[in-house]
Design a protein around this ligand. Structure first.
Ligand code: ASP
Length: 584
């Protein structure tokens, strides 16, 4: 039997000196230094230096000089100590004195360099994803993803969770996004929907008695894409029976702590903090607050009223944040922040500042209206000290909170107010059950229609639906929503009432969710669950913003895979079989 390799390229150390070894891999780089030729041989485990000495074997050296980037070779040789060591890599103390090698396959010159830093643009790399995936940073990401998957399975299996698969070809489950649909050949005119999540199935599994379920599962949502969104993405989807919110939160806080411990050796000794949705919006303007740094919101409308500054007088809210030690921000910097805030994506009208000078005086863009005494009141309300900068936005409360959230995050980033490897989880609880669409006046579910209202708020269902709080919770880490879930309704009557409130007629509810309502009549236990965005969790632990680099074959911003050219047209025969006529 042929043996291609005895070791991988990340394995050999000083202890292996004088050992005869066989290695395989890709030629990352070749250096020709007169009598010596060096080659970096790469595989997913690392890089090992190959050395060819002309004085030892002239023919072999000549053959080695012909090797090019990304050729696949098999080499045999002896491990030697290097004269100039590279302590940056694990194998940097040794090299292989090659005695023999075979070219297993040649390669065309790759369209971009396959090294940690590459010269290839995003589009080119997506077209040649199979080459991009050879790069060490991407390989590290996929290995991290693998480890997090394994640890999740280990941890949850260890506490009696069962991994159970649910179907991909289903009937639409409304969770706020559009469905991807699949035409049925055998039932022409009918369509399957791809699941936005296994929500209804995991609830049915609770009715069936599998009281601790999880699944690392693909979900499909036809939404507009951003850096942290993909049309198909992966969740760690979980559900438990005979639980209350507290049980779910504590169980999965355990999972997250385990993942951080195993992957990053980070110990969270204390329970994760919790904050209500209302507090999160009030203090940070976001339901996924980044609490690694302060700059909480101060509401100063009352301190600003009655000084003839119309903008503040007319505003529903005036919100200020205190930026520590930033009184030396230049006019130019503040102007550029103002321009940034005025962009349509954020839509602020302007930005007011107060500099708390070192000498105890104040310099502000609204000096004309507010004297030093006024400004000092604002400063003390915001707990600003000499040397700090106060930034103020005003207007309608909801939009001002949103704009201030953006500003707060930007400043924290600009001033590096956090370390890369610092993680601040926070549970956001007591989400509203429903959200009112301001245009249509209709209500829709903030989490999904199966979320249970807090029992004490059920009375509002007919009178003030917007006041109902839900037993729903999200976990945010560093301003990223990593997971969310809820306690579910398990009672047919209440579920029907919520459907009615969401605008479903009895018939619509029956035709869409009859199976679930029916199941609730056969001994449905109290249950609840959560789902974590697996790709996001990986990106977070890998200290990167984009989930794309943690997915082997992601889609681009237009939802396309340009390498395989998907989505693409069907041919006539396929359309006929499916009974489809496509509008031009
Ligand atoms: N299915 C929900 C989601 O995907 C999670 C849950 O409620 O468990 O957001």
């Amino acid at each position: 039997m042929k043996m291609y390799r005895t070791h991988n390229n990340g394995e050999l150390r000083i202890e292996n000196i004088d050992q005869k070894v066989k290695l395989c891999g890709w030629v990352q780089k070749a250096r020709d230094l007169g009598g010596m030729t060096f080659i970096d041989l790469r595989d997913r485990y690392g890089i090992t230096q190959l050395a060819f000495n002309e004085t030892l074997d002239k023919d072999l050296s000549a053959k080695a000089r012909k090797l090019n980037r990304e050729w696949v070779i098999e080499v045999e040789g002896v491990v030697k100590e290097r004269s100039s060591k590279n302590l940056k890599i694990n194998t940097g103390e040794i090299e292989i004195e090659v005695e023999e090698f075979t070219v297993l396959n040649e390669s065309k010159t790759p369209p971009f360099t396959i090294e940690n830093e590459t010269d290839g643009g995003e589009e080119l790399r997506m077209n040649y994803r199979f080459l991009d995936l050879r790069r060490t940073p991407l390989q590290r990401n996929l290995m991290l993803r693998h480890r997090i998957g394994i640890e999740t399975r280990k941890y949850l299996s260890g506490i009696d969770f069962l991994e159970i698969e649910t179907p991909y070809l289903i009937k639409s489950t409304p969770e706020g996004a559009r469905d991807f649909v699949v035409p049925s050949r055998m039932n022409q005119g009918d369509f399957y929907a791809l699941p936005q999540s296994p929500q209804t199935f995991k609830q049915l599994l609770m009715v069936s008695g599998y009281d601790r379920y999880f699944q690392i599962v693909k979900c499909f949502r036809d939404e507009d894409l951003r850096a942290d969104r993909q049309p198909e993405f992966t969740q760690i989807d979980c559900e438990m029976a005979f639980v209350e919110q507290e049980d779910v939160i504590m169980t999965f806080e355990g999972l997250i702590k385990h993942l951080f411990k195993s992957e990053k050796n980070i110990n969270f000794d204390k329970d994760f903090p919790r904050i209500t949705y209302t507090q999160a919006i009030q203090r940070f303007g976001s339901d996924k607050p980044d609490i690694r740094f302060g700059m909480e919101f101060n509401y100063i409308k009352e301190l600003t009223n009655g000084f003839n500054f119309k903008i503040f007088d007319d505003a529903e809210s005036v919100i200020a944040i205190c930026v520590k030690g930033a009184a030396d921000y230049s006019r130019k910097k503040i102007d550029s922040l103002t321009d940034w805030l005025k962009r349509p994506q954020i839509g602020a009208k302007g930005l007011i500042y107060v500099k708390c000078n070192e000498d105890g005086t104040y310099k502000s863009s609204v000096d004309k209206f507010y004297n030093q005494k006024c400004l000092s009141k604002w400063a003390s309300y915001c707990e600003a000290k000499n040397g700090d900068l106060i930034l103020v936005l005003s207007g309608n409360t909801i939009s001002t909170q949103k704009q201030m959230n953006e500003l707060r995050l930007k400043i924290a980033k600009d001033l590096s107010l956090y370390k890369d490897d610092e993680y601040s989880p926070v549970w956001v609880v007591d989400f509203p059950l429903l959200e009112k669409d301001e245009e249509t006046g209709n209500f829709h579910a903030m989490h999904h229609p199966f979320t249970s209202p807090k029992p004490e708020d059920i009375g509002f269902l007919t009178s003030h639906p917007e006041k109902i709080r839900a037993n729903a919770y999200d976990l945010a880490i560093n301003g990223v929503e990593v997971g969310g879930g809820s306690i579910r309704i398990h009672d047919r009557d209440l579920q029907e009432k919520v459907f009615t409130c969401l605008g479903f007629s009895k018939e619509e509810a029956e035709s869409q969710f009859g199976f679930l309502l029916n199941a609730f009549e056969y001994g449905a236990p109290p249950h609840g669950g959560i789902a974590f965005g697996f790709d996001r969790l990986c990106a977070l632990m890998g200290n990167q913003d984009s989930i794309r680099d943690f997915i082997a074959f992601p889609k681009n911003n237009s939802g396309k895979d340009t390498m395989i050219d998907a989505p693409s047209r069907l041919n006539e025969e396929q359309k006929n079989e499916l009974g489809l006529i496509v509008k031009q």
